[in-house]
Design a protein around this ligand. Structure first.
Ligand SMILES: Cc1ncc(COP(=O)(O)O)c(C=O)c1O
Length: 380
């Protein structure tokens, strides 16, 4: 049976042509470290890494230098670097009720740091104005998921950024579900920090991500990891300059080469074309699902404010059994359960049973959507 991959919110598949080739080329032909040596292949590793930073800088309208695009082992690490590197006992943080555990778990580890959640509605959308009454004198950070990995709802980054800016509070965005799917504008949103994974909508490999930080925020971050950087080696202290201050140890160079190649594909297509393709498929999916009885769509129907992450609740079936049948009988690969976001499910009214989540990507087609709809109808 042919399989249809609809689990792009977990990780994107397939990867564009050229990603695996770049990774294999690094392993077989380049094989040099970063920042340590000066021979030809080591210079090539430097140049590809710089090119990746430059591409991320351009793609996200990042106004700082490419040095402030810090490569991490993934989005979860980037979020941890910011939360644990910036917050101190006594600080207060505002998050949304739609956060992933990549935000909530590190936040709960921070002793003496308090937080409030802005409540989203039953589709996962929040009103930015609801942030204002939560701001306290000790609020030092607003950190939110741009797009929900459960309902697909996308928050209004520019409106949240305006409120944060008026009050002088740094605003950090978790763009795990929007980077590569929906425009993310660092400057336009008034961000202080942006965390992205390489392996989701940006179509790179797993094991690499980035945090883009303003100089002001970077100066207030304590690096959570320290080690060799290949620079300032006369000192046992971490260097003060970026990106080295946050990039200790040997970097994931196969990941860097793969992600750099993926960014070529992303930038050649352009975010508008990627978005238009996924928006059309999402609209087709949602129009079809609204016609199917005994299935609840747990997310917004307004295409302007959502991505192609579509959660369904089968009202007279066990969602896990449906997920199993989707693969066994229809070859449709999706994710079922709570998607590492319990508070999002409480908001949507799907805790603890979870949802059956279909998530679209650049390689999906109308035929994939139609096959998924036919299976949903049959299983409902
Ligand atoms: C909204 C959101 N934030 C953070 C993460 C964590 O990303 P990663 O697992 O790539 O580190 C995810 C992953 O699904 C996510 O959906």
């Amino acid at each position: 049976m042919k399989t249809i991959y609809l689990d792009n919110a977990a990780t994107s598949f397939p990867k564009p042509e050229g990603v695996a080739r770049a990774m294999v080329r690094y392993v077989n032909e380049v094989g040099a470290p970063l920042n340590r040596s000066v021979y030809g292949s080591a210079r090539e590793a430097e140049l590809v890494t710089l090119s990746l930073r430059e591409k991320l800088k351009t793609f996200f309208c990042f106004p700082e230098k490419a040095t402030h695009v810090i490569l991490t082992p993934g989005n979860t690490y980037a979020l941890n670097f910011i939360l644990k590197g910036y917050l101190r006992p006594g600080d207060h943080v505002i998050v949304s009720s739609m956060e992933h555990n990549a935000v909530m778990r590190p936040l709960l580890q921070l002793k003496g740091v308090s937080f409030d959640r802005v409540m989203a509605d039953e589709t996962g959308q929040l009103d930015p104005e609801a942030i204002r009454p939560l701001i306290r004198p000790n609020t030092r950070l607003i950190l939110m998921a741009h797009g929900s990995n459960v309902s697909g709802a996308v928050q209004d980054g520019a409106a949240i950024g305006r409120i944060a800016g008026e009050r002088g509070i740094p605003f950090v965005l978790d763009a795990a579900q929007t980077a590569g799917h929906f425009p993310v504008d660092f400057q336009g949103f008034g961000l202080s920090g942006l965390c992205v994974p390489g392996h989701k909508g940006l179509l790179g490999p797993a094991g690499i991500g980035a945090m883009l930080v303003t100089d002001d925020l970077a100066k207030q971050l304590t690096p959570p990891i320290a080690g060799g950087t290949g620079s300032a080696s006369d000192s046992e202290e971490l260097p003060n300059f970026l990106p080295d201050r946050f990039e200790s140890g040997t970097m994931n160079l196969p990941g860097i080469f793969g992600w750099e190649a993926a960014m070529d594909c992303i930038m050649n297509r352009g975010i508008d074309a990627l978005r238009a393709h996924e928006k059309a498929l999402t609209a087709r999916f949602i129009a079809g699902v609204l016609d199917i009885p005994r299935v609840r769509l747990c997310g917004p129907t307004d295409m302007a404010r959502r991505v192609g992450v579509i959660s369904l609740d089968f009202l007279n079936r066990d969602n896990a059994a449906v997920a199993f049948q989707l693969e066994q009988d229809y070859g449709i690969l999706i994710r079922c359960g709570l998607h590492c976001a319990p508070s999002a499910h409480k908001t949507l009214g799907t805790f603890p049973r979870g949802t059956v989540r279909f998530s679209l990507g650049f390689a999906n087609t109308e035929a994939d959507v139609d096959a998924a709809l036919a299976a949903v109808r049959a299983l409902s």
